[in-house]
Design a protein around this ligand. Structure first.
Ligand SMILES: NC(=O)c1ccc[n+]([C@@H]2O[C@H](COP(=O)([O-])OP(=O)(O)OC[C@H]3O[C@@H](n4cnc5c(N)ncnc54)[C@H](O)[C@@H]3O)[C@@H](O)[C@H]2O)c1
Ligand SMILES: [Zn+2]
Length: 352
């Protein structure tokens, strides 16, 4: 078991281990407190792990209740958000009680946003169950729901009071969602951790606790310096400028991690053409994506991708911040004028 402490607007611990779900109740009793715990989860995860979490919370002395949403991105909407708030009110949760998110990034994002706004903020615990949630969405305090106009358009920066990460829960994750999480793991290697990147040449599941811990440490370090994404937190968006555009163009049929993998490949090839990184570095990144059966290109054309990028909210006036690898473990941020965006993407689409 490993404990990683995050020092942001809140200081809290992320506990990573195998088989620690059963200890969630006692861990929360020690670190978070409160009388009642409202668990938010999706139907898939509820069937697999709901009872085990409820049992440990009861053993920890909590009065428990549960809200189950249908699994999938479509649930991350304003109607479900409001339904969760009404549920918390009906359960008479007070300001010292706890909302617990048990699930992947969808559950964590919507439950976190509900916890941030119910009574202007109640305690919040993340129990991530997907690889993506363990290494990415449960850490760093971004919460959100989707609006009709786009993804994650409403939300809050709201740090949890604890994250309890039991890697044994990954045994039931589907191969597709597992690969999705692998894309984010590879991203951490490229942006900040060449040792992690090298380790990924051996299977992730054989070293899963260590891999999750390294990713979480990198995100923790970045968030500690720039919690509200004014500067260096943007490094976490490597692969995401183009990746979000691909997700959008596919009508969200291409899953996030797969789109980000293609985005990383395209941004890497563009980096070679722009003289930011060399061919061996790009080959290493593309080989790693293929090793985890992730895509390294897209059939969408440069002009459509560029237009989709511009509808992304992370745009600053007349330019866009893009992240490019300089070497494995080091990325740079570069302002790309909107007038040059299509040309940069075109550089990345054609194979070297
Ligand atoms: N807040 C952030 O910083 C941040 C960062 C990255 C992504 N996100 C968000 O995260 C979401 C994607 O997360 P996700 O991929 O975890 O999606 P998800 O929550 O939809 O989970 C993926 C699928 O796996 C199932 N599942 C989860 N854990 C399981 C387990 N242990 N066993 C079996 N099935 C399991 C879920 O029911 C779901 O069907 C997106 O909405 C994205 O915007 C947020
Ligand atoms: Zn991502």
């Amino acid at each position: 078991m490993e404990t990683i402490t995050v020092k942001a607007s809140k200081t809290y611990d992320i506990v990573i281990g195998t088989g620690i779900l059963e200890e969630a109740g006692s861990l929360m009793r020690k670190t978070v407190g409160g009388q009642a715990a409202a668990v938010v989860t999706d139907d898939n995860v509820a069937a697999l792990y709901g009872k085990r979490l409820m049992d440990t919370l009861e053993r920890g002395g909590y009065r428990i209740s549960g809200f189950v949403l249908p699994h999938g991105e479509a649930s991350k909407n304003a109607d479900t958000f409001l339904a969760i708030l009404n549920f918390l009110a009906e359960e008479k949760l007070s300001r010292t009680d706890v909302v617990v998110a048990l699930g992947g990034g969808v559950t964590g994002d919507i439950a976190g946003f509900a916890a941030s706004s119910y009574m202007r903020g109640v305690s919040f615990v993340q129990v991530p169950t997907s690889l993506l949630a363990m290494v990415d969405s449960s850490v760093g305090g971004k919460t959100a729901i989707n609006l009709n106009a786009g993804k994650n358009l409403a939300g809050a920066f709201y740090q949890p009071d604890a994250v309890i990460c039991d890697v044994s829960l990954l045994s039931t994750l589907s191969p597709e969602f597992y690969r999705d999480g692998c894309a984010e793991v590879i991203k951490y290697g490229v942006i900040a951790d060449d040792i992690l990147f090298k380790n990924l040449r051996s299977d992730i599941m054989e070293q899963i606790e260590d891999v999750v811990a390294r990713c979480v440490e990198t995100k923790r370090d970045i968030v500690a310096v720039d919690e509200f994404e004014h500067g260096s937190r943007k490094l976490l968006n490597f692969g995401h400028t183009v990746g979000h555009a691909i997700e959008l163009l596919s009508g969200y049929q291409i899953p996030h991690g797969h789109a980000v993998a293609a985005g990383m490949a395209i941004e890497t090839r563009a980096a070679v053409r722009m003289g930011i990184c060399d061919q061996p570095c790009s080959r290493d990144i593309l080989d790693m994506l293929r090793r985890y059966e992730l895509p390294t290109n897209t059939a969408y054309e440069a002009d459509r991708i560029a237009r989709a990028c511009l509808s992304d909210k992370k745009r600053d006036g007349g330019s866009l911040t893009m992240i490019f690898p300089a070497e494995i473990g080091k990325c740079i941020m570069k302002e790309i004028p909107i007038s040059e965006l299509e040309a940069v993407i075109r550089l990345g689409l054609s194979t070297l």
